[in-house]
Design a protein around this ligand. Structure first.
Ligand code: M5T
Ligand code: MG
Length: 610
C-alpha cells in the first residue's frame, strides 16, 4: 500500500482559511434568497426581543410607579404585535434553515458521488474507503450545518447585541457606555477559550478519523482478521487510539466547563456596575427604576451570544476542516482522463498490441517492463503464471483501469489513449477474480451490463452463461436478491452471474480472471460452457488456473515477474519442454493443488484443481 499518512496530514488547515470560506459561501450563493430570508427573520426577531424588554420598562415607569392604567392598553397591544411577529419570525427561520441545509447537503453529495465516478482505480487504491465515506456523510452534514445554523447563530449574535445596545443607548447613553465597556473583556475571554477548545476538538477529530479508519478496516476485513487471529493485536492498537481520544476530549470538556463560570463572573461585574452607576443616576433623577431593570435584562440578552460564541466558533472550525477535506476530494483530478479530442472508434474489434509497455502501480516497483505482445482479433489467449506475476495487471491495462507508464497499447493500430474511456470500457466484458455484484436482484445484476436489454434477453444470457439452473432453483428465480455485494451467493454463482452480465453486453473484448478458489466441478463445467459463448465472438483474455481452460485457448502466455516466459499454442509449448510442459505433466502426475509451488522452486502459487 502507498504511504497511508498522506490523507491525515491535510486533515486540518488554518483556523479560518479565507479561500475555503469563500468556497463555502459559493455553495450558498445560488440560494441567496433563502439566506436573505432567514437573516431578515433573525434580525426582526432580535429587534422584537429588545423591544419586548423595552415594554417591560414602560410598564414599570408608566403604569406601576405612577399608579396610572391609561397606557396599559397600548402596551398590551404592542406586546401582542411583538409576540405575533416573533412567532412568524421563528417559523420562517427554522423552516428556511432546514430547507437550505438539506439542499446544500443534497447538492454536495451529488457532486461528490459524481466526481467519485470519474476517479481512477489508482485513487481508490491509495484512499481508504472510510475516508471517502466520511466525506460523503458526516462532512457534508457539517458543512450544511455551518452554512445554516452557523450563519444563523452568528447573525443572531450580532443583531441581538446591536439591538440591545441601541435600546440601551436610547434609554440612557451614559449608563449604556458603562455596560458596553465590559463587553470587549467578555469577548476577549470568549475568543481565548475558543482558541483552546477548538484546538482540543481538532485533536479529538483527528484521532476520531484514525479510529473510523481502523474500524472500517476491521469490519470489512473481519474474515481475514479472524483467520490471522489478529484480534488481540488489533484490540491493542485500537485501545491506544481510543485512549488518545479520551484524553483529548477530556481536556476539551474541562476547558468548556471552565468557560461558563468565568463568563458569569465577568457579567456579575457588569451587573454591579449597572447597579452602582444606575443607582447614582437614579438618585440624581436622571434614570427611572424601569430603566435600571431594563438594563439588567439587556445585559442578559447580550450575554447569550457571548456564551454561545465559543460553541459557534468550535463548530465553525470543524466545518471549515470538513469543507477543506471535502473540497480536496472535489479537487482531486482524475489521473486518468480522456485526452483532448478523444473519440469513440465505434468498435474495439481488431488486434490488440502491447508495444514495449512499462507499467507500475507505485514508483520504483515495476510490474511490467518492456512488455510486448500482439493478440489477434477474435483470439483467445490464456495467461498463466505464479501469483504476483502481473496477470491481473495486464488485463487492468487492457480495460484502461490504468494506463501504461511507457510504450503504448494499440487497438486496431490506434493508441487506445486516443479513444474515450467510455468507448473502451463499454465494449469490454469481464468476470473478475473476485466478482462484484451490487445489492439488487439477479435480474438487475445481469442487466447492469446493458441497461436496455429486455427481460427475455436477460434470461437468455443467464441460460448461455449456465446460470439458469441454479437461478431457477431459487425461490424467486431471477427476482431473488443477491445481498450487499452479492454476499448471499457463492463465488461460483457470482461468477456465473457476472458471466451472464458479460454475455448480455456483447463485448468486443472479453476478460476472465479465473478465481483460484476452486468451485465445484459442475459449476466449473458451467462456467466453461458460458465462456465458450463469449470466446467465439470476442477477443478473449483469460487468466487461467485450470488446465481445461488453458487447453481451450488459442495461445498460452506463461508469465513470470512481468516477463513473457513462454508464448505459443498448447502443442508448441509442450514440445518446448519448458515451464508449461513441466506444469502440464506435473498436473497429471500429481493431480496436486499446488503445482506452482515447485515452479523454479520458489513461489507458492494458486491451486490447480482438475
Ligand atoms: C502484480 C502489484 C502486486 C504484484 C504486482 C492488482 C495490483 C497489483 N499490484 C499492486 O501494487 N496494486 C494492484 O492494484 O503488482 O500483481 P498482479 O498483476 O495482481 O498479479 P497476478 O494477477 O499475476 O497475481 P494473482 O495472485 O492474481 O495470481 O507485485 O503486488
Ligand atoms: Mg490476479
Amino acid at each position: 500500500m502507498p504511504d497511508p499518512t498522506w490523507f491525515e496530514e491535510e486533515e486540518f488547515g488554518d483556523v479560518l482559511d479565507g479561500r475555503t470560506l469563500r468556497r463555502i459561501l459559493g455553495l450558498v450563493r445560488p440560494h441567496w434568497r433563502h439566506v436573505a430570508g432567514f437573516i431578515l427573520a433573525i434580525t426582526i426577531i432580535s429587534i422584537l426581543e429588545s423591544w419586548f424588554t423595552f415594554q417591560g420598562k414602560r410598564i414599570v415607569d408608566e403604569v406601576i410607579v405612577p399608579q396610572d392604567t391609561s397606557a396599559l392598553r397600548e402596551i398590551l397591544i404592542t406586546y401582542l404585535i411583538i409576540v405575533f411577529g416573533f412567532a412568524l419570525g421563528v417559523f420562517t427561520f427554522i423552516y428556511l434553515t432546514g430547507l437550505l441545509g438539506q439542499r446544500i447537503q443534497y447538492e454536495l453529495r451529488q457532486r461528490l458521488f459524481h466526481h467519485l465516478q470519474t476517479l481512477s482505480l489508482a485513487y481508490f487504491d491509495r484512499t481508504p474507503v472510510g475516508w471517502i465515506m466520511s466525506r460523503l456523510t458526516s462532512d457534508t452534514e457539517r458543512i450544511a450545518e455551518l452554512v445554516t445554523w452557523g450563519l444563523l447563530d452568528t447573525t443572531w449574535a450580532v443583531t441581538n447585541m446591536l439591538a440591545a445596545a441601541s435600546f440601551m443607548m436610547i434609554i440612557n447613553w451614559r449608563l449604556a457606555l458603562v455596560v458596553l465597556a465590559v463587553m470587549p473583556v467578555l469577548i476577549a475571554v470568549a475568543l481565548w477559550f475558543r482558541q483552546k477548545i477548538v484546538l482540543q476538538f481538532r485533536l479529538s477529530r483527528r484521532i476520531n478519523s484514525i479510529i473510523t479508519g481502523a474500524l472500517n478496516e476491521n469490519i470489512t476485513g473481519v474474515r481475514v482478521v479472524k483467520a490471522l487471529t489478529r484480534e488481540r493485536a488489533n484490540l491493542r492498537e485500537f485501545r491506544v487510539h481510543t485512549d488518545d481520544m479520551y484524553r483529548a476530549s477530556y481536556r476539551a470538556h474541562w476547558l468548556a466547563a471552565l468557560f461558563l463560570p468565568l463568563v458569569q463572573l465577568i457579567s456579575a461585574l457588569a451587573l454591579s456596575l449597572i447597579v452602582l452607576r444606575g443607582g447614582q443616576l437614579a438618585l440624581e433623577g436622571a434614570l427611572t427604576i424601569g430603566s435600571i431593570q431594563a438594563f439588567i435584562s439587556y445585559l442578559i440578552i447580550m450575554l447569550w451570544p457571548i456564551q454561545d460564541l465559543a460553541r459557534v466558533f468550535a463548530s465553525l472550525q470543524q466545518a471549515v476542516a470538513s469543507a477543506e477535506r471535502t473540497f480536496s476530494l472535489i479537487d482531486t483530478q482524475p489521473d486518468l482522463a480522456d485526452r483532448p479530442g478523444a473519440y469513440d472508434p465505434g468498435t474495439l474489434k481488431g488486434d490488440i498490441e502491447f508495444d514495449d509497455v512499462d507499467f507500475q502501480y507505485e514508483p520504483e516497483k515495476p510490474v511490467l517492463q518492456g512488455f510486448s505482445l500482439t493478440v489477434r482479433q477474435g483470439e483467445t489467449i490464456a495467461i498463466v503464471g505464479p501469483t504476483g506475476a502481473g496477470k491481473t495487471s495486464i488485463v487492468n491495462l487492457v480495460c484502461r483501469f490504468y494506463e501504461p507508464g511507457g510504450g503504448a497499447i494499440r487497438i486496431n493500430g490506434v493508441d487506445y489513449t486516443r479513444f474515450t474511456m467510455q468507448a473502451i470500457q463499454s465494449r469490454i466484458g469481464m468476470v473478475l477474480q473476485t466478482p462484484q455484484l451490487f445489492s439488487g436482484t439477479i435480474l438487475e445484476n445481469i442487466r447492469y451490463g446493458s441497461l436496455g436489454a429486455s427481460d427475455d434477453e436477460v434470461y437468455e444470457a443467464g441460460r448461455l452463461a449456465g446460470a439458469d439452473d441454479f437461478v431457477q432453483r431459487l425461490e424467486k428465480g431471477y427476482e431473488s436478491g443477491v445481498g450487499e455485494g452479492g454476499v448471499l451467493l457463492s463465488t461460483g454463482q457470482k461468477q456465473l452471474i457476472s458471466l451472464a452480465r458479460a454475455i448480455l453486453s456483447q463485448p468486443d473484448i472479453f476478460i476472465m480472471d479465473e478465481a483460484t478458489s476452486s468451485v465445484d466441478t459442475l459449476t466449473e463445467a458451467l462456467i466453461q460452457q458460458g465462456m465458450e459463448a463469449l470466446m467465439k465472438r470476442s477477443t478473449t483474455f483469460v487468466i487461467a488456473h485450470r488446465l481445461s481452460t488453458i487447453r481451450r485457448a488459442d495461445r498460452i502466455l506463461v508469465l513470470q515477474d512481468g516477463r513473457i516466459e513462454e508464448l505459443g499454442t498448447h502443442r508448441e509449448l509442450l514440445r518446448r519442454r519448458g515451464h508449461y510442459y513441466r506444469l502440464y505433466t506435473r498436473q497429471f502426475r500429481e493431480q496436486a493443488d499446488r503445482v506452482w509451488d515447485s515452479w523454479n522452486g520458489a513461489t507458492t502459487g494458486p491451486a490447480l484443481a482438475e
